[in-house]
Design a protein around this ligand. Structure first.
Ligand SMILES: [Fe+2]
Ligand SMILES: [Fe+2]
Length: 267
């Protein structure tokens, strides 16, 4: 269609962008001759960002939002291990409670920092849907302190050590140095949380003469859906005192392709 027959206009209602035919005779009269706008109008409520940053900002906000959600649950989980197991285990020393109060303090700070960063990027906590996966683990392990330490702190939190360096690298590669530095600090504190889980798991096993590693494998298999998945952050886990014997035996061997296909066909 020839541009000559059209008037371009931007409506005042939100979302209204339209092209309408010119009234008969306008072109001939030259009263409203078409002039190409330097920049077509858009409704005022649209937030316009640089296309080079639009996708990365959205994905960074999604990542920060997911982490803020996990940290929020981590606060509850830290207090829960104290409140739920203190009465059941009167033998626990003060050092146990000191450790988990310190963890709760860290998690609250992590959550607050992530929420503040979301706001700096123009979003807010609650802008996206959240899940309650961590609390499901709290419920699954509500009757066993050993299971709680094993699954919550030595599987989930240890997995956090595996994935966080990659997340930090993504923020850094997208030029978000502020978030990358914040996540690096959070990562270093998370190492101490895995260390606390390991410390108290082994403390309880030593005290009761339990066979530590086989018990750990049994508890993870019974209370954690799925298997542990590499790649592992061997250095980060080692910094928490977690050597490979704590996780490599829990990796499910890859099924041969033929067997996997047969299983899928039978499902
Ligand atoms: Fe945290
Ligand atoms: Fe943590």
């Amino acid at each position: 269609m020839a541009a000559q027959g059209l008037r371009f206009t931007t409506g005042t209602s939100p979302g209204l962008i339209k092209s309408v035919p010119a009234r008969a005779g306008e072109d001939e009269a030259g009263e409203e001759a078409v002039t190409a706008p330097d920049h077509p109008g858009r409704p005022e409520h649209l937030e316009v960002v640089d296309p080079r940053h639009a996708k990365s900002t959205k994905s960074r906000i999604a990542m920060l939002h997911a982490l803020a959600n996990i940290e929020a649950w981590a606060i509850d989980v830290s207090w829960d291990i104290i409140a739920r197991f203190a009465a059941k285990h009167p033998e626990l020393p003060d050092a146990f409670f000191d450790d988990w109060v310190a963890v709760a303090d860290d998690e609250a700070r992590h959550h607050s920092q992530l929420v503040a960063r979301l706001e700096e990027l123009g979003s807010h906590f609650g802008a996206l849907p959240v899940h309650e996966g961590l609390w499901e683990t709290a419920e699954t392990t509500a009757d066993s302190l050993l299971a709680r330490l094993a699954v919550m702190h030595m599987v989930h939190e240890a997995h956090g050590l595996d994935v966080t360096p990659k997340t930090i690298a993504r923020f850094a590669s997208q030029g978000d140095k502020t978030s990358a530095e914040m996540l690096q600090h959070i990562y270093e504190e998370e190492i101490t949380h895995v260390a606390a889980g390991l410390r108290w798991f082994t403390w309880l096993c030593d005290r009761d003469g339990l066979d530590t590693l086989p018990l750990f494998y049994d508890l993870v298999r019974a209370n954690f859906a799925g298997s542990l998945k590499p790649p592992f952050n061997t250095d980060g886990r080692a910094a928490a005192g977690m050597t490979e014997e704590w996780y490599l035996p829990l990796v499910e061997p890859k099924k041969p392709k033929k067997a996997a296909a047969a299983t899928e066909a039978a499902a």
